[in-house]
Ligand binder design. Structure first.
Ligand SMILES: *Cc1c(COP(=O)(O)O)cnc(C)c1O
Length: 463
């Protein structure tokens, strides 16, 4: 067996990756049907003898690259999907070569250090206390799980119950309050934590999907109240300042699902939208959405770090023990072995700086405004107040809107998905990619109007 590092192999992969990224703007967003069909070639029996590494990378590029969705380019506006800043792709490659286990300080001093540094920068950026605790997880879904586990611990321990040891059998009941617009991953987190996705008290929302502060239920010191910073349809923010003040007085724990919206705090021009969210007790956000680092990357933050640690720490005799005051990463995460996600977050923040990050947030929000303006001027209805990076547009009847979305997706210049917003069928435009340019927006608006024109002409002959 040859154990020498294969320089040629890594160079080959780097060349192929660079070619992929260079050409991404010239290809359709969704793969062609032929490219998807060719994936069948990968479905052969497990071979008796292994294939050479160079051939494997060739196969991956030849069959795999054409079957990707071009989310790394600037004209994918589905879901809330960011790209990856070049520095984060490069940092990810180097860190992959390191193959560090970010579990403990001892298994990777560099991973632990970059997490410490990035956590400090993030808490400062979001205006949280310097000693806020946190961890790097797979995404906002797992960040919601970790934060709500910390909340569950904090409340139950205050009531004399050790939930980590005893589970929820016989535990004091918790009240979980969410809005009608709660993200499904918060409900999933509640179900994983034994709190039940249907045993929640729902607060009605307004026309933009904001929790109505005048409709809050009774809150007490057994309540976990889940707020949202950035609605996936409208981009709207719950009125956090008002609600946090009420919750604090009642002794309730406030958790914020801020997968993308929390990043508004990084832009002075948009921070006002997220005013008051820093008053909460825990926050879940994503690196792989608006910060534009590679998948998978989420961040959990907890005001009183000890609650997260109490919910997550598990030690075995062969594990590294706490010997210093330094944060031991594994004691704050659901996972043990883990990749060094802090590397890319650190690299992105260092590369952008405060100004660059504010500019990235501002630029993508400006693009969203341009979309809204272009579509409105063409006579189509924008269904939301476009204050952030999300746009909802109707092209007419539900059938027409669905047909336009289908036509846009088939055309391939850009990609948008559909939604139903307060009973109205709409197309969602989410601008989250660092590399989207003014030209991309122009091209995409033109493609949308072309598709709409075609559909409306077919469905309303004679108009
Ligand atoms: C994307 C998103 C999530 C889930 O995040 P993942 O990174 O997919 O786990 C949760 N809440 C909101 C508001 C989101 O936009």
């Amino acid at each position: 067996m040859d154990t020498k590092p294969d320089d040629q192999l890594l160079q080959d992969a780097a060349t192929r990756a660079a070619d992929y990224l260079r050409n991404i703007r010239d290809r359709r967003i969704a793969p062609t049907a032929e490219a998807v069909l060719r994936l069948g070639d990968l479905n052969h029996p497990f071979p008796q003898r292994g294939l050479d590494a160079t051939a494997i990378i060739g196969l991956l590029d030849d069959i795999g690259s054409p079957a990707t969705v071009a989310t790394a380019g600037g004209r994918y506006f589905g879901l809330v999907i960011g790209g990856a800043l070049p520095v984060t792709v490069a940092a990810n490659w180097l860190a992959t070569a390191w193959d560090q286990n970010a579990c403990f300080r001892a298994t990777s001093p560099i991973a632990a250090t970059l997490e410490d540094v990035a956590l400090g920068w993030l808490t400062g950026l979001f205006g949280l206390p310097q000693d806020t605790g946190g961890a790097f997880v797979t995404g906002a879904s797992m960040a919601n799980v970790a934060a709500l586990a910390a909340a569950r611990h904090a409340i139950l321990s205050r009531h004399g119950w050790d939930v980590e040891a005893q589970g929820l059998y016989g535990a004091p009941e918790l009240r979980i309050v969410v809005s009608d617009e709660v993200h499904v991953t918060v409900l999933k987190a509640l179900s994983l934590l034994g709190l039940g996705r249907d045993r929640v008290i729902r607060v009605p929302t307004d026309a933009q999907g904001r929790m109505r502060a005048d409709s809050l239920p009774y809150l007490d010191d057994r309540t976990i109240l889940c707020l949202q910073a950035g609605n996936v349809n409208t981009g709207a923010f719950d009125p956090a300042a008002e609600i946090c003040a009420v919750a604090r007085k009642a002794g309730a724990w406030v958790h914020v699902d801020g997968a993308f919206g929390l990043w508004a705090l990084a832009s002075p021009a948009h921070a006002g939208l997220a005013a008051g969210f820093a008053d909460a007790d825990s926050w879940a956000t994503d690196g792989h959405k608006w910060l534009n680092v590679p998948y998978d990357s989420g961040i959990v933050l907890v005001r009183k770090a000890g609650h997260l640690r109490a919910a997550m720490a598990a030690t075995a005799v062969y594990h590294a023990q706490d010997t210093t005051d330094a944060r031991e990463p594994a004691h704050y995460t659901p996972e043990s072995s883990r990749r060094a996600r802090g590397v890319e977050i650190w690299a992105a923040l260092l590369n952008l700086g405060r100004d660059g990050l504010a500019e990235l947030i501002g630029r993508t929000c400006r693009h969203a405004q341009r979309f809204a303006q272009g579509l409105r001027e063409a006579g189509y209805e924008i269904l939301n107040d476009v204050a952030l990076n999300q746009v909802l547009v109707s092209f007419g009847t539900p059938e027409e809107t669905r047909a336009v979305i289908g036509q846009i997706q088939a055309d391939g210049v850009c990609w948008c998905g559909g939604t139903v917003w307060q009973g109205r069928t709409a197309m969602r435009i989410s601008v989250s990619n660092w590399s989207t340019t003014d030209a991309d927006v122009q091209l995409s608006i033109a493609a949308m109007l072309r598709a709409a024109d075609q559909v409306v002409r077919t469905s309303r002959p004679g108009t």
